[in-house]
Design a protein around this ligand. Structure first.
Ligand code: ATP
Ligand code: MG
Length: 443
């Protein structure tokens, strides 16, 4: 394992105490994945860690649980004293934390075998639970008895979903049974942590397989999604039931959290708006209903307002017609903004990709053309709103416009520029405005 200089420095500085890299970085290294942060574990007690790093920037927020964070070159490194945990009476956090001098004891409190390995450049890999083998085989397995481990801390169930999705792992059978059986205990977990793990799951690469295998775990804290399960669409555009279509759409989307959250809820209003007409299923008004469900769920999970508002906007517009004309594109961009328009094209493409295969190619091609129209307009700096025009209300006032005439005049000018009967150049716009004349001549 080739280690960055700062990490080697941390390891050396803590000698002669026992010290190891631990958790995600060891797992990701063994799997050949990119390592995003290095966590350390040591036999040194917190005061000894602090002493070893005297003069360095330290963050003490985790001190009670034996964690000291050392900041090197702006990067925080968590160093935690080997510890075991006392009972879990609330299903969320240990009642007490005991320090130990045995690395194996520390590893045994960790959640999954692939997360329960430690590594030191000289001592090598410490792997008492077969994490290396599981990592190579792509298997997520709880450390110890999974029923007890998820009962201690229900958050581990959702961490399991996150790892299965992100690492593309299968879940070992007993671990999987325990995750399902103990899912009702997720009601003990705070909204913030549920939301955080949900986002990790959604932006993973194996959303379909994990989501189908653990539907009830998701429904335990997202009950509004449950009616989609097994709900037949009875419509020739669809091959999959609503829930499977949903998971496929999520997985086919880029890893943009907002886009993926929008897709998770985009059809949640279908079951309650279902009707039959001429032998086919229809879902009139489902977009609005789905946006409403998403709004409620995201408020409950305490998602930030910006995310919640963007997600519900994308859902409300997910069935907006794809009209391959500049005017139509421009009208939509004026309503929802450029960034949302681009995200909407991703939502629509992913949604289309999970239709009956015979419709997919044509739909996606048309959405790409639609996006192309927008990009071409943007490239030539076509105006999408009044503020993009090279003149403004003051120019019209100078020409003698007043009151409502100003806004109406600008709208007419914008229409002409969007239609390309008029270039967005100051002189041309002033000429055009002057010719609009005053009073009755204007429409
Ligand atoms: P990531 O790559 O997503 O950061 P990670 O494995 O580093 O994955 P963290 O949430 O950063 O995950 O946790 C660090 C380590 O702490 C884990 O690898 C695991 O060993 C242990 N851990 C974290 N949370 C729990 C928990 N709730 N129960 C048991 N062990 C946990
Ligand atoms: Mg980590």
């Amino acid at each position: 394992m080739k280690l960055p200089g700062d990490v080697l420095f941390l390891l050396e500085r803590l000698a002669p105490h026992e010290v190891y890299l631990v958790g995600g970085c060891v797992r990701d290294f063994l799997m050949g994945r990119e390592i995003h942060d290095y966590d350390l574990t040591t036999s040194a007690l917190p005061f000894e860690i602090e002493r070893a790093f005297e003069g360095f920037r330290l963050v003490e927020t985790g001190l009670k649980h034996g964690t000291v964070t050392v900041v090197l070159h702006g990067v925080p490194y968590e160093i935690t004293t080997f510890r075991t945990e006392g009972g879990y009476s609330d299903g969320r956090r240990p009642d007490t934390v005991f320090f130990t001098d045995k690395i194996e004891e520390d590893l045994s409190r960790r959640d999954f075998t692939v997360n329960a390995m430690a590594y030191h450049p000289e001592r090598g890999l410490i792997d008492p639970f077969g994490g290396e083998k599981d990592a190579k085989e792509g298997m997520l397995r709880a450390v110890g008895n999974p029923f007890l481990r998820f009962e201690e801390d229900a958050l581990r169930i959702l961490r399991g979903l996150r790892f299965a999705s992100r690492l593309s792992f299968a879940v070992e059978e007993r671990t999987a049974s325990a995750m399902r059986a103990l899912a009702p205990r997720l009601n003990l977990i705070s909204s913030e942590r549920l939301y955080q793990e949900l986002c990790g799951f959604l932006t993973g690469e194996n959303v379909v397989r994990t989501g189908l295998a653990f539907s009830d775990v998701l429904f335990a804290f997202l009950p509004e999604l449950k009616p989609m399960q097994g709900f037949a669409q009875r419509n020739r555009h669809h091959l999959y039931n609503v829930w499977e279509h949903t998971l496929r759409a999520v997985q086919n989307a880029p890893r943009d959290l907002v886009v993926r959250l929008a897709l998770l809820f985009h059809d949640s209003g279908k079951p309650s708006t279902f009707s039959m007409k001429e032998g086919e299923g229809h879902f009139y008004g489902h977009a609005k209903e789905s946006a409403h469900f998403a709004d409620e769920a995201l408020r409950r999970l305490k998602a930030d307002n910006k995310t919640r508002e963007r997600v519900t906007l994308l859902i409300a517009y997910h069935d907006y017609p794809v009209v391959l004309e500049e005017k139509a594109v421009s009208r939509l961009v004026r309503k929802i903004g450029k960034e949302s328009f681009l995200q909407l094209t991703e939502v629509k493409k992913a949604d289309s990709s999970a239709l009956h295969p015979i419709f997919v190619e044509e739909r996606i091609r048309s959405i790409d053309t639609w996006k192309g129209i927008f990009l071409a307009m943007e490239a030539r700096q076509a105006p999408f709103s009044l503020k993009d025009l090279k003149i403004d209300g003051n120019d019209l006032i100078a020409l003698g416009f007043s009151g409502r005439e100003i806004g109406e005049g600008l709208e007419q000018i914008l229409s002409a520029v969007i239609d390309r009967t008029l270039p967005n150049e100051r002189e041309a716009l002033l000429d055009f405005a002057a010719n609009l004349g005053k009073g009755e001549n204007r429409t």
